[in-house]
Design a binder for this molecule. Sequence first.
Ligand code: C5P
Length: 423
Amino acid sequence: MSGIALSAARLLLIIGGGVSAYKSLDLIRRLGERGATVRVIMTAAAKQFITPLSAAALSGDRVYDDLFSLTDEADMGHIELSRAADLVVVAPATADLIARMANGLANDLATTALLATDKKTLLAPAMNVRMWLHPATQRNVETLRGDGVLFTGPDEGEMACGEFGPGRMAEPLAIVAAIENALSASTRLALASGPASAMSARRDGPLDGAHIIVTSGPTHEPIDPVRYIANRSSGLQGHAIAQAAYEAGARVTLIRGPVGIPDPPGVDVVRVETAREMLAATQAALPADIFVGAAAVADWRVETQGAQKIKKDAQGAPSLALAENPDILAHVARLSPGRPRIVVGFAAETENLIENAREKLRRKGCDLIVANSVAEGSETFGGTDNRVWLVAARGETPWPQLSKREVARRLIDHLVKLLDNHI
Ligand code: C5P
């Protein structure tokens, strides 16, 4: 995965129970100022030092603390909580939390999230100097380093307990710098291989060795620093295609506009906002064997983006001059050399679905169009189901109403067959 800017990062901050927990409140503030989204888990011990209310006020989100809360499981399970983050940060990381992590315990929400995460973890230890220097803690730290866990601090100095030495939690700005550093490289953890692992299951997949690029979600085209043009795409279909391709053994690059759904595990994700960024990311990700343009790319952008927020004034409503966005699908389909062997587009139409899809197939020069109706009442946008037609030069095939996951799986099966015929 390419690096993530702090301003776009989603962080899961786990606050352990230590005197320095108060510094974590400042850390949330500093991260928020830099544009990062911070979701907070507090251990039971942390609540002895600071209140969930202050952490919630600073993060702008509720604080998670209870593994067995049914509401949480309905809203967002603990797996989801840790997977939705780009990086997990533990500050303060107490001797007890470090010991539980090193032994793979999952006896509260914090340790369960730590065990379930597929992203890297950064620890900012804080404890009494003797606890830090104790062979048990040092052994646990070594174990975690071996697992790829990152550390910042502890600093040396006078401690709350009156002793002197290493054990003070790193200062919030030093932790911010360590987070930025961690985000600059891939934060995704490789799964351990083994008979039950998804990695080993997918190695023999039919797309083993193939590279597939999938675009997904909408694009946002800024009008001024606070407003933008968007559309209703949820990214569910594109993300499902990326996941199905990964499960079929492909190396997947998912280039996604702003969406509110988690990244599928195992794929390389590039986050973009605008159509032009999506094109640049696509060009950077090529070459590929297959390109699937499932994103709802905005056709137009505002020609000149306002540097300041446009004010409401007596002159009345401003008019916006629009410029055409690059057509990413047409660009990829017409590459020569460098055209992926299969180029797939989507057609979301409110009327004359098949006719428009056929016309799109010709105009854009792709091999296949997945056509779906977004007419009123179709519930395609944001819904879990989709009813599609596959439109190719040879003709079109209607598919029954299926879940988007199933559409994705069948589409990948279909692409595997096309690829076999091409070779
Ligand atoms: O022209 P229209 O937007 O209906 O075409 C839809 C298809 O073209 C989708 O596959 C979409 O991802 C792709 N597209 C694109 N770049 C654009 C517009 C659409 O890649 N600027």
